[in-house]
Design a protein around this ligand. Structure first.
Ligand SMILES: [Zn+2]
Ligand SMILES: [Zn+2]
Length: 259
């Protein structure tokens, strides 16, 4: 399994970090994009992934930083001659909104548009998406205030190796359960403990460390870092390290992680 961060920032990008999205690949299967920030096609190319080869997009929730690039991705795929269907998985509450978003740009009724196969995800722990490729994809609802959202587990059936992405969430048991014994947990760490009181519905680096420890993962990658913390990444790692003894780093953009 290989994955590459196309972005690692919170809702606001910084000069060196874009909003959080990740592409996953397993040999012999179409790549899978999770969340859709700015200019996703160009970012995929920079990550060494041909956008036309995408098999599925998962939009975890409809805060703009996770969804706003979807129309531009669909337009690029259309203009570059895609014919194959594209799966779009999202919480069942969000399918209509995402269709509306594409409708604003009249992308749904364009003659010759490739088929979009919507995959509405129910708010059910351990929900298994259809096997569209070589990775087993399982979702669970997380805890992102009043915004329906989901965390995702990607597991290679051949090796059993698993990577879990929390998406935006407070620390919650559902993510901990989904991440049980995974190799890598990608957990949001929007704020430090110092700034934790500013906003709800997110996690601190310390809380990400606590979840990683309880889930028993080997490695924790901190992502969705608020722009106010981009200059103090080591401090975030140190904060998480007070709670988790495994490997920890702040996720790097456009650098392949191979398992
Ligand atoms: Zn976000
Ligand atoms: Zn959010």
């Amino acid at each position: 399994m290989r994955f590459v961060f196309l972005g690692t920032s919170g809702a606001v990008p910084g000069p060196d970090r874009d909003t959080t999205s990740i592409v996953f690949e397993e040999s012999g299967a179409p790549p899978l994009l999770v969340d859709c920030g700015g200019s996703p096609a160009q970012k995929l190319m920079r990550a060494g992934v041909d956008p036309v080869s995408l098999g599925r997009v998962i939009v975890t929730h409809i805060h703009p930083d996770h969804a706003y690039g979807l129309p531009s991705l669909i337009q690029t795929l259309f203009l570059t001659g895609r014919k194959a269907p594209l799966r779009i998985a999202c919480r069942e509450e969000h399918e209509a909104a995402l269709r509306s978003l594409l409708g604003v740009f009249q992308l749904l009724e364009r003659p010759g548009m490739f088929p979009l196969l919507w995959e509405p995800v129910p708010p059910q722990e351990g929900f298994r998406l259809d096997a569209a490729g070589a990775l087993t994809v399982t979702t669970s609802p997380n805890a992102h205030g009043n915004m329906p959202n989901l965390a995702v587990r990607f597991q290679s059936p051949a090796s059993g190796v698993a990577v879990v992405y929390s998406s935006d969430t407070e620390p919650c048991v559902a993510v901990e359960t989904l991440a049980r014994d995974a190799d890598t947990l990608i957990h949001e760490a929007t704020f430090s403990e110092r700034r934790a009181q500013r906003f709800g519905a997110h996690s601190t680096a310390a809380q990400a460390g606590e979840v990683a420890a309880r889930a028993g993962v080997r490695r924790l990658l901190l992502a969705h870092i608020d722009a106010g913390h981009h200059g103090e990444l080591e401090a975030l790692v140190e904060e998480a390290r007070q709670h988790f003894s495994g490997e920890i780093e702040v996720a790097r953009e456009l650098v392949p992680y191979t398992l």
